[in-house]
Design a protein around this ligand. Structure first.
Ligand SMILES: *[C@@H]1O[C@H](CO)[C@@H](O)[C@H](O)[C@H]1NC(C)=O
Ligand SMILES: *[C@@H]1O[C@H](CO)[C@@H](O)[C@H](O)[C@H]1NC(C)=O
Ligand SMILES: *[C@@H]1O[C@H](CO)[C@@H](O)[C@H](O)[C@H]1NC(C)=O
Ligand SMILES: *[C@@H]1O[C@H](CO)[C@@H](O)[C@H](O)[C@H]1NC(C)=O
Ligand SMILES: *[C@@H]1O[C@H](CO)[C@@H](O)[C@H](O)[C@H]1NC(C)=O
Length: 494
């Protein structure tokens, strides 16, 4: 569930409320920036469709038109156990011959069972049919798709799929997208589980694609040799990717060809997904996020070093980011977030001069927590958090909290800072430029003075805070010390 409040400090222009999958989005002054996914825009329309076709049409299940006729061993009698073994359908577990048709035939039978119970409207509960790859290695020349949409409670598990040399380069080995445009429901699939699979894309395409699906699990999968994307999630919600390993090239780091790594390991183009305990060992971009309310936890990115042009996590949801990244490990590769609004990064470890970039598109940054992380670098003077203002300067800066990070061998950056200076005279300055993230921006100052002359009671005044320098004057000469706290975030004023 996405529950976001509309109480952003910025002017609230509009507020969409969609019941069911509760989704409340606000738009800030960057209203035009906010690119709500089509899912939300069309939700109401689609609810109407859903009402019209109350029951999912009992389609005749057949292989998609691109498939050749059923494989030579005629389809076995339907398993009464609900387990569909692809070998029984003629798949070759030694990976010598093309098993596409056999696997598709097994799936076709599995999704043709009558089903019972209930899932989302328009989705037939297949009771947990299991398509077993039986520990074999299968070559496939076309994507493995379900022949119909509107099915749920399905498991595909336990084996290796490898793309044939003639596999379509824009395809995905497992493609959970509807074969036809038959569905006019909100979701194509519900509760599909892909587990214990190795997918070798053989540099021919991508691994898994999931379109408009709900409550999907990808668990203990190893996805390699993709050219495009390891796992692509489009719309839908609650795709849970956990305990999996993704890399374009099989490497354990320090690969001589690291410079040439391409592709994206996981691309989340939807809301409310979770990536948990996943290792990304080679790819140009580890995780690309362009939906909201996604949760990333326990991810280890060492896909392509930042120095070679790689990115660990790229968050491209300007103006309405709503992304949480916690307890993750950025190994020579970092995080980039475009115009982030509501971004939380905590408990992460950044190794090898890895850092976080806040990239300005329209100059908006608000609701940021970058707190309680560890950074370790090689004393090259790299800032832990950096601003990319090449396109535009950040000019709508809301509450940004960068603080409490533990830094070793890199430059600390923060939005709150304390400074102490020795005083001997009638004026003194503390320069915070070295530590403050934003230039020329101090919103709040607290100041105290300690004099070591016992009978003294000087008056002091804050004269100037421009250029991140705090300038204070006193009426008499003071010998002692001054302590100053500054904050770049928003403060309440009255
Ligand atoms: C791909 O190659 C295999 C092996 O030569 C062949 O069986 C299969 O029909 C081919 N598929 C396509 C789509 O060309
Ligand atoms: C990697 O890229 C470099 C330069 O772009 C090229 O010279 C080299 O051959 C490439 N290596 C591989 C294995 O493709
Ligand atoms: C403070 O300034 C005065 C005048 O310049 C000087 O005489 C004195 O030694 C200074 N005190 C310290 C502790 O530096
Ligand atoms: C504050 O200091 C800057 C130089 O650091 C100066 O340009 C500016 O005029 C000062 N502002 C005021 C109000 O004195
Ligand atoms: C008084 O303050 C100055 C700093 O301006 C310091 O050097 C000096 O040691 C202080 N004297 C005592 C007695 O604490």
């Amino acid at each position: 569930m996405t529950i976001s409040t509309c109480d952003n400090i910025m002017v609230v222009l509009s507020c969409f409320i969609i019941i069911n999958h509760v989704f409340i989005a606000f738009s800030s002054p960057v209203g035009s920036l906010i690119d709500l996914p089509a899912h939300d825009h069309h939700f109401q329309t689609r609810k109407l469709h859903e009402f019209k076709s109350k029951f999912f049409p009992q389609e005749q299940v057949s292989l998609s038109s691109s498939s050749s006729p059923s494989p030579s061993p005629s389809s076995p009698a339907r398993s009464s156990s609900g387990v569909y073994s692809v070998i029984e359908y003629g798949a070759d577990p030694t990976g010598k011959t093309d098993s596409t048709d056999a696997i598709l035939a097994a799936i076709s039978d599995a999704v043709s069972v009558a089903g019972d119970g209930f899932l989302m409207e328009g989705i037939t509960n297949l009771g947990g049919v299991r398509i077993s790859l039986e520990g074999g290695i299968y070559k496939i020349s076309r994507p493995i798709k379900l022949p119909v949409a509107g099915r749920g409670n399905i498991l595909i598990f336990g084996g290796t799929l490898k793309a044939y040399d003639n596999f379509t380069t824009d395809g995905y080995l497992i493609d959970l997208s509807p074969s036809s445009s038959s569905t006019n429901h909100d979701y194509n699939y519900e509760f599909v589980t892909l587990r214990d699979l190795m997918l070798d894309c053989n540099f021919k395409g991508g691994g898994i694609r999931i379109v408009d699906a709900l409550r999907t699990s990808i668990d203990n999968c190893y996805i390699a040799h993709f050219t495009t994307t390891g796992i692509l999630v489009q719309r839908g919600h609650e795709t849970y990717i956990r305990n999996s390993f993704l890399g374009q090239h099989i490497t354990a780091g320090g690969d001589p060809n690291e410079r040439n790594f391409t592709g994206t390991a996981i691309d989340l183009q939807g809301n409310d997904n979770a990536i948990t305990d996943v290792v990304i060992f080679s790819a140009q971009v580890g995780i690309m996020v362009s939906g909201q309310a996604n949760m990333i936890t326990g991810v280890h990115c060492y896909n392509k070093a930042n120095g070679f042009g790689g990115t660990g996590i790229y968050i491209k949801v300007p103006g309405i980011t709503q992304t949480r990244i916690v307890n993750s490990y950025f190994d020579y590769t970092g995080i980039v977030a475009e115009d982030p609004v509501q971004l939380h990064v905590s408990g992460c470890f950044f190794l090898g001069d890895a850092f976080i970039v806040l990239k300005s598109v329209r100059g908006v940054v608000d609701g940021i927590n970058i707190v309680n992380n560890m950074f370790y670098g090689s004393n090259k003077g790299v800032d832990i958090v950096q601003l990319d203002q090449t396109r535009k300067e950040f000019n709508e800066i809301g509450r940004v909290m960068v603080d409490n990070n533990v830094v070793n061998g890199m430059n600390m950056k923060a939005t709150v800072a304390n400074g102490v200076t020795r005083v001997n005279g009638t004026s003194w300055t503390i320069d915070f430029n070295k530590i403050l993230l934003f230039p020329r921006r101090i919103k709040f100052v607290q100041h105290s003075l300690m004099s070591n002359t016992s009978d003294m009671f000087p008056k002091t005044i804050l004269r100037n805070i421009s250029n991140n320098q705090v300038f204070i004057e006193s009426d008499v000469t003071v010998e002692g010390s001054a302590a100053v706290t500054v904050d770049q975030g928003l403060t309440m004023s009255s």
